[in-house]
Design a binder for this molecule. Sequence first.
Ligand SMILES: Nc1ncnc2c1ncn2[C@@H]1O[C@H](COP(=O)(O)OP(=O)(O)OP(=O)(O)O)[C@@H](O)[C@H]1O
Length: 341
Amino acid sequence: MSNVTVCARFRPLSSKEKRDHGDVICIRSIDAENFVFKDEKDEDFTFCFDRVFYPGSEQVDVYEFLAQPIVRDAVNAINGTIITYGQTGAGKTYSIEGPSILGCDEQKKEGLLPRVVGELFECLKSADEMIKYTVKLSMVEIYMEKVRDLFDLSKDNLHIKEGKVQGIFLSGVTEISILDPEEALRSLSSGIANRAVGETLMNMASSRSHCVYIFTVRQESTKDRRMKTGKLILVDLAGSEKVEKTGAEGRVLEEAKTINKSLSALGNVINALTGSTPGKVNHIPYRDSKLTRILQDALVSPPLLCPHQITIIFYQKPTVFSSYRVETHELHYFVVAHQAL
Ligand SMILES: Nc1ncnc2c1ncn2[C@@H]1O[C@H](COP(=O)(O)OP(=O)(O)OP(=O)(O)O)[C@@H](O)[C@H]1O
């Protein structure tokens, strides 16, 4: 069975979009796995994913389909990664964080992170009593090709290293031990707030950086001291919009170019993985960006170091095709990845 799942999510129209475009959306549902895009010439393009989340879908639907199994795997020492990819404003952060990490007013709006944390500790409650579990959390962002520790802002250029046993790791990254869900949510919230501090210090918007959340679940058998580790990584990618469309200049232009470069690097890695012929090993350009290097263990196919479940969620604004031109090649890219990995 493939270790890759690719889903698409379309958020509901905002009130501004409704004012500007009426209720017209460019997607037509076929079923839970297939949908049609209508372009400005009224031409139809059909796409197939493992699951399509339409505008009416709830946060819990997304969580149960793609995150819950990965959380349970992490407790059983199987690594998992969830990557959100798509245009700025298409709903990536809303899916991962919800409207707010702490004190989300409606439980049904809670994002993946609070649900992941809740499930993780629920699983540990019912786990084997002969095993001692520890949960650690790290949070970094990749901005202008530098990896910044969101739990210690003085560490603003972490190095990515590779070890024989632990695989890819961030040297010196802060790992916060978390003992309960409340503490985890407080830590996540402070990391997110540090992202905001960065915004004002460096005058950048959070969507101009990739944010990576790493939960490490270590287990040690009290019988024979054997250790196992499961890692759960969530990645909120920067928006994938095109430079020429944003009319960016100066620093904003540099940011957009760096983002595009790292997203292209991600595409090149997927292309190299999907284009390889059986028996022949392609060169996979993981080192072309910090993003692909950090995700190297997740993007190996078949997974080498240990089993690794990876889910990519593709986000697309549901607005009319002609106003927010759909990057159909981006869709192809994920569909190809899905079929071939
Ligand atoms: N499923 C949803 N239901 C209701 N509102 C949503 C949903 N998804 C996104 N939104 C709203 O749409 C807006 C944009 O979403 P969000 O900030 O998550 O986009 P994004 O893809 O993370 O953008 P960026 O790349 O700029 O970070 C927000 O106001 C958010 O509250």
